[in-house]
Design a protein around this ligand. Structure first.
Ligand SMILES: [Zn+2]
Length: 77
């Protein structure tokens, strides 16, 4: 069954690629523990949840707010 072999091979390649991308992300540089935006220290609890956090909770919330706003159409809200 060539088709099955091909499908199995594709599935394996996909799995390996996904694994590599996860490993690559985990191998990235850890957070400095200092907020990139306000240079305040990032909360220990936040770093536990995301060892690579680059913003403190306050700035991250602000950035998320801006990101969500920029996705909406027009200056309505
Ligand atoms: Zn900050």
């Amino acid at each position: 069954m060539d088709d099955l072999d091909y499908a199995a091979e594709r599935a394996q390649v996909f799995t390996e690629a996904a694994l590599q991308s996860v490993l690559g992300r985990m191998a990235g540089p850890p957070s400095t523990g200092v907020c990139r935006s306000c240079t305040d220290t990032i909360e220990a609890e936040r770093l536990r949840a995301n060892p690579k956090a680059k913003l403190c909770a306050c700035c991250a919330a602000e950035e998320e707010h801006h990101r969500l706003r920029s996705h909406r159409c027009g200056p309505r809200s």
